[in-house]
Design a protein around this ligand. Structure first.
Ligand code: AMP
Length: 226
């Protein structure tokens, strides 16, 4: 790869649950000013609102099931504002072939272009092992890991000082189910991207520690080392 590679402006990150995808996206956001487009967080915000729709979504999230493509599209319609003007990272989208098709439509209609697809590669076994230690702040959405990314004060959010919680979709049965959902849906999306625009596809080995994976990611994306 050229050392003069231009860093992507609109990036999609793939990675199985437990791959560290969201933490990595947060670091890129903080260090390089990317705005995060996170469908999982949009859904959790609806759940927190306590509406009837929120209750239904909450049940799907707890079971680790994907919510309907229609709902995801509606949330993106509401949340994607002038994407052409900002550096964006899509984290958690697309998750189905239909969503991938709709991403192309969004690009056309809103006049922006995904210029990089990145996959963080991690085995299913490693992912399952890691997921037990995850914590999330229910108030602001920040994510932590007891081993690799602990908060400064145990069980307290560094950013908003809220009490940390285990995600309700992190039980053992749900963790295994979510891996299966990923394995069923994402490889076909990646295959399709590879058949259309292989030059936009990059991948990083995610088996190492978070700092190592982050450094590799920056290199792969053409971002300066920190
Ligand atoms: P995440 O925070 O990205 O791991 O998403 C948490 C949960 O929200 C997933 O397990 C799904 O139940 C749901 N979800 C998030 N993004 C999507 C999406 N693009 N399509 C369908 N369901 C989603």
């Amino acid at each position: 790869m050229s050392t003069h590679q231009v860093p992507p402006k609109h990036l999609v990150i793939f990675g199985r649950p437990g791959s560290g995808k969201s933490s990595l996206a947060e670091r890129l956001s903080k260090d390089d000013g990317y705005l995060l487009v996170r469908t999982g967080e949009m859904l959790r915000a609806v759940v927190r609102s306590g509406s009837e729709l929120g209750l239904r979504i909450g049940a799907s999230l707890e079971r680790g099931e994907l919510v309907s493509d229609e709902l995801i599209i509606e949330l993106l319609e509401q949340n994607l504002v002038r994407p052409e003007e900002q550096r964006l990272i899509f984290d958690g989208y697309p998750r189905t072939l239909r969503q991938e098709e709709l991403l192309e439509q969004f690009e056309e209609r809103l006049q922006f272009e995904i210029d990089c697809f990145l996959e963080i590669r991690l085995s299913r076994e490693s992912a399952i092992r890691r997921m037990g230690g995850r914590r999330v702040c229910p108030t602001c959405g920040a994510t932590y890991h007891l081993l690799s990314r602990p908060p400064a004060v145990a069980e307290v959010c560094d950013q908003c000082k809220g009490a940390l919680a285990t995600r309700s979709d992190d039980s053992e049965a749900v963790i295994t189910f979510r891996q299966r959902v990923y394995d069923d849906h994402v490889p076909p999306i990646i295959d399709r991207i590879m058949s259309r625009t292989p030059e936009l596809f990059r991948w990083v080995d995610g088996e190492g520690g978070p700092d190592e994976t982050y450094a590799r990611t920056r290199q792969v994306l053409g971002l300066p080392p920190l």
